[in-house]
Write a protein of this length. Structure first.
Length: 305
């Protein structure tokens, strides 16, 4: 397995020697997936001082993931939110092309692949086979059942949900999702790491949509229905919630930021598990079918071009 971003002769022994250099944080972290969320998770742990190994298949995808992290660090430095030079932090990040490249001594491995249960289960099983028995394994899923994802795992007591929010570096919240079988010490370690990142943990019981997605999606779907029915325009609906209820971002702008395709997938899942109140509006399906996915495509409920 060829690694990218660090010398070939840097070994696990050197990584272990650096464990004491990350007060209250994990010395070594694995992140599976180098997309927007995975890159953000890698960035914040690297900035904390952790050595981070990011799994992203294919040279092109790995290069893009590394660039996302580099860009994020540069922006953090511009805002005076970084204690070290971006290039110094980036040196702690390694890219590998398969979960077999994850370090066995990692204290934490976070899965951040797309919201497809079969894909998540596949990568989680693969990761568990190479990490240590004491490693905490987490999923960044925003709505899928943690208990169901853990069903095929050999050590479900070491597995829980760590739901980061986009954009990860500036978001202050991490939702820690606890299935019935998770060990208490795992929850304690994870909440401690969240606080070491300067973020706030909200511990919730494993249930469809958890707390944040369940509430956020419900508000977003109703805003889409209002737009569909001609109650008000997108700008007016968002302004009503931002100015009237002091929401930092209106529900339609939030949907654009998350991605209309992502929100539709979550809504479909909640619809199947919680009933008709989460049925996606036809307008949402139409926009996804047309490729208007929000900020990432330049157009959603607002124009981001």
């Amino acid at each position: 397995m060829k690694s990218k971003g660090q010398p070939e002769n840097r070994c696990q022994e050197e990584n272990r020697m650096n464990e004491a250099s990350v007060p209250n944080g994990p010395a070594t972290v694995g992140v599976i997936g180098g997309g927007r969320m995975g890159a953000g998770i890698a960035q914040v742990f690297a900035a904390l001082g952790s050595r981070v190994v990011v799994v992203e298949s294919g040279e092109e995808a790995a290069t893009a993931a590394r660039q996302r992290i580099a860009d994020g660090l540069a922006k953090a430095a511009e805002r005076d939110k970084l204690d070290e030079r971006p290039e110094v932090v980036l040196e702690r990040v390694t890219l590998v092309e398969d979960v077999t490249g994850l370090p066995g001594h990692a204290e934490l491995v976070v899965e951040a692949v797309p919201e497809l249960p079969e894909l998540k289960v596949e990568v989680l099983i693969g990761a568990e086979a190479v990490i240590g028995a004491d490693t905490v394994l987490a999923s960044n899923t925003s709505s899928l059942s943690i208990a169901e994802l853990s069903a095929p795992l050999a050590r479900p007591e070491r597995f829980l949900g760590m739901h980061f929010f986009n954009p990860v570096p500036s978001s202050k919240l991490v939702e820690v999702v606890t299935p019935p079988q998770v060990a208490d010490d795992v929850v304690g370690r994870v909440t401690g790491w969240v606080r070491a990142l300067g973020k706030t943990d909200v511990v919730v019981r494993d249930s469809p949509g958890f707390a944040t997605s369940r509430l956020g999606v419900m508000l977003g779907l109703e805003a889409i229905r209002m737009l569909e029915e001609g109650v008000a325009g997108a700008e007016a609906i968002d302004n009503a919630m931002e100015l009237g209820y002091r929401h930092p971002m209106g529900p339609l702008r939030s949907t654009d930021l998350v991605g209309l395709d992502v929100r539709l997938a979550i809504a479909d899942y909640l619809h199947s598990t919680l009933g008709e109140r989460f049925a996606p509006p036809q307008l949402l399906r139409d926009k996804v079918a047309a490729g208007d996915l929000g900020r990432k495509t330049g157009k959603g409920f607002h124009d981001w071009s």
